[in-house]
Design a protein around this ligand. Structure first.
Ligand code: WT7
Length: 634
């Protein structure tokens, strides 16, 4: 049985043990899983190469732990509840036996299409159970899944397919998000045109939209499944064999293909799911994230299934058909644990308490928050209106790279403080460093958040680019994993995340690199240079502000800005569209040609009282002009 901490003193004991004897601590947890062959070495690591291996030599398959192992006792229990975009459409419930059957069948389908262990498979799907089935089937045959969020454009999809040279693309005809129709197959077709590695495209007919199927390349999911056997022997994987790639944005360059491996990720997501949410048998767990982000991977699919839980997948959006949708969802499915993002909470806060009227939320036991810092006001609103003052909020801090939650209260165990992610989970050795790289000790400190010891769920590399893995995370401070976040530790040792300290913007919980947005804007014929920064946004957390330089007169700057915004939507995806574009004559540059983003950030924030030292700028007078322009568009 996977250990479950049941009191604060047990947490403190577990934490101390996990620090003094990390290997022994994780070995005990690893015992709770099914191994084909036990591991030989628990941990082998250094943060210089860096090299991280957990449970090396062990043989297993994660899907035997997610599915097969539950069949004897909970074959008829619901594994996945699916709530459609339109609340009047039919709910689907998939038991563990049905899930097993579907995953086995799709594993056979993939193998029949020539997919072998180590091959990459791209999944570009709506929020339907088939997305999870596709992920699990990949894991079962040892193929590496690369899920791409279905809000990404064809260019972004193709970039990700090409980086990993995926052989197969799994998609659907299309989807509806609220009333918005998205033609996924069309986008997939556009991507495949510039992604020569794709040999096969499997299309799940979700909405019966008219689509083009290319003979010999495109296949219908349901047709392939209808003749596929429901028996499939899982492929034996090594603990450190890759499980998946998931792309995420950094401050510079193209998106990074974060690579996770099998055993460590499995153990970590299972353990954190059970302990953070304090999951109890038979409970219904609902995470509103999309499966295209790591939250969906770890806490819709792997974490819950590894625990034999019932996980709810919601296809829709919080505002459709009305702003009471989440609350109807909770009532309809008697959800016990509800895990969502601050941006959704803030967006719903605007509608007041009316959407709650007549809705029974008494099933709720635990609330969760993820993706960005939750402000105190939203925290209290969530606590009072959704949790009726009775449900703890677990503010879970983590990242694509960390695989699972690293800092969070344990529900009903850790004393809470609004807007604080509170304390590190067992096994997580935090370090707070100052700009110069000195580790700060004690309480009441503030600095850059690092981690100084490996935990099983951490990323092992960036796909095909280990050098970049090293430079992005292990080079800022020698021998530390640098998260890119800043934090404060208060007088009680509680952690409050203050946000990114690099050039990554967090828009509605979506992580966007400023460089990616700049590259997209610069493709506009009239724009020769741009600088993108984040600014505080009431609902999205951060908005995107772009300063652009045009090299010739445009008949309408408003039109130009709209074109540039639309272009970013087309190149990256609608979620990355800048909120504000400001045309400027020049950008604040130093003599070495570096843009002083610090100044632009301050201007976008509307805090221009103290812009700091501008004497190193080639032309300090540009700052005043930008300030005036910013006031006009604010
Ligand atoms: C970045 C990671 C973790 C899964 C979803 C996002 C921010 C995440 C919190 C939180 C404050 C948070 C950080 C982090 N973040 N959770 N509870 N409090 N900030 O994964 O896309 O990899 O983004 O999201 O800035 O670095 P991601």
């Amino acid at each position: 049985m996977l250990p479950q901490i049941s009191s604060f003193s047990e947490y403190q004991d577990a934490y101390l043990r996990s620090i003094s004897q990390p290997e022994m601590f994780w070995e005990e947890i690893a015992q709770a899983f099914e191994w084909r062959k036990p591991w030989e070495q628990t941990l082998n690591w250094n943060f210089t190469e860096p090299k991280i291996e957990w449970f090396a030599g062990g043989k297993l398959n994660i899907t035997e732990n997610c599915i097969d192992r539950h069949l004897a006792n909970r074959g008829n229990q619901t594994a996945i509840i699916w709530e459609p975009n339109n609340p009047n459409d039919e709910v689907r419930k998939i038991t563990y036996s049905q899930l097993s059957e579907q995953v086995n069948k799709f594993s056979n389908v993939l193998q029949a299409k020539g997919v072998a262990k180590g091959d990459r498979v791209c999944i570009y799907m709506p929020m339907v159970p088939e997305a999870a089935i596709a992920m699990l089937a990949c894991a079962r045959i040892g193929a590496i899944h690369s899920v791409v969020f279905a809000g990404f454009s064809s260019t972004s999809l193709s970039d990700r397919i090409n980086d990993a040279a995926c052989k197969v693309l799994i998609t659907a005809d299309g989807m509806l998000r609220g009333e918005k129709k998205i033609d996924l197959k069309q986008i997939a077709d556009d991507a495949i045109k510039i992604s020569p590695s794709i040999e096969t495209c499997i299309v799940f007919d979700h909405k019966n939209f008219p689509i083009q199927m290319q003979n010999g390349r495109d296949f219908d999911w349901k047709e392939l499944m209808s003749t596929s056997s429901a028996i499939h022997e899982a492929t034996e994987m090594d603990s450190e064999d890759p499980l998946f790639i998931l792309y995420t944005s950094g401050s510079t360059g193209k998106p990074k293909g974060v690579l996770h491996t099998t055993a460590g990720y499995m153990i970590y997501t299972a353990y954190t799911f059970k302990n953070v949410f304090q999951y109890q048998e038979q409970e219904v767990f609902c995470c509103t994230a999309d499966i295209g982000w790591v939250t969906g991977h770890s806490y819709i699919v792997y974490g819950p299934l590894l625990n034999g839980a019932t996980t709810l997948m919601f296809e829709g959006i919080p505002s459709y058909p009305d702003p009471g949708r989440f609350w109807s969802l909770i009532e309809k499915h008697r959800i016990n644990i509800f895990y969502t993002a601050p941006t959704a909470i803030r967006a719903l806060e605007v509608f007041g308490t009316e959407p709650f009227e007549g809705k029974d939320l008494s099933s709720l036991r635990v609330l969760g928050s993820v993706g960005e810092p939750i402000n105190e006001e939203a925290w209290h609103w969530y606590h009072e209106n959704v949790g009726k003052g009775n449900c703890p909020i677990v503010d879970t801090w983590w990242q694509t790279e960390t695989g699972g939650i690293l800092i969070s209260p344990l529900a009903n165990i850790t004393p809470l403080k609004p807007a604080f992610a509170t304390l590190p989970l067992p096994g997580v050795q935090l370090a707070i460093l100052d700009e110069k790289g000195n580790e700060l000790h004690g309480n009441s400190i503030e600095g850059n958040l690092c981690i100084k010891f490996p935990w099983p769920g951490m990323a092992r590399s960036l796909y095909n680019d280990h050098e970049r893995f090293k430079s992005a995370y292990f080079s800022t401070y020698a021998n530390y994993y640098f998260t890119g976040d800043g934090c404060k530790k208060d007088e009680d040792g509680y952690i409050r995340i203050t946000g990114r300290v690099d050039d990554v913007i967090n828009v509605s919980g979506h992580r966007i690199g400023t460089g990616e947005v700049e590259d997209a804007i610069n493709e506009h014929g009239y724009i020769i240079e741009s600088a993108v920064v984040g600014f505080p946004h009431d609902i999205k957390g951060q908005g995107i502000w772009a300063f652009v330089i045009c090299d010739r007169e445009h008949h309408s700057y408003e039109e130009l800005c709209n074109e540039a915004k639309a272009h970013v939507g087309k190149v990256i995806g609608a979620f990355a569209r800048p909120d504000r574009i400001q045309v400027v004559k020049a950008l604040p540059k130093t003599r070495s040609g570096k843009i002083m983003r610090r100044i632009l950030r301050k201007i976008a924030e509307g805090d221009t009282s103290n812009l700091g030292d501008t004497s190193t700028l080639i032309d300090p007078s540009v700052v005043d002009l930008i300030k005036i322009g910013a006031e006009e568009i604010r």
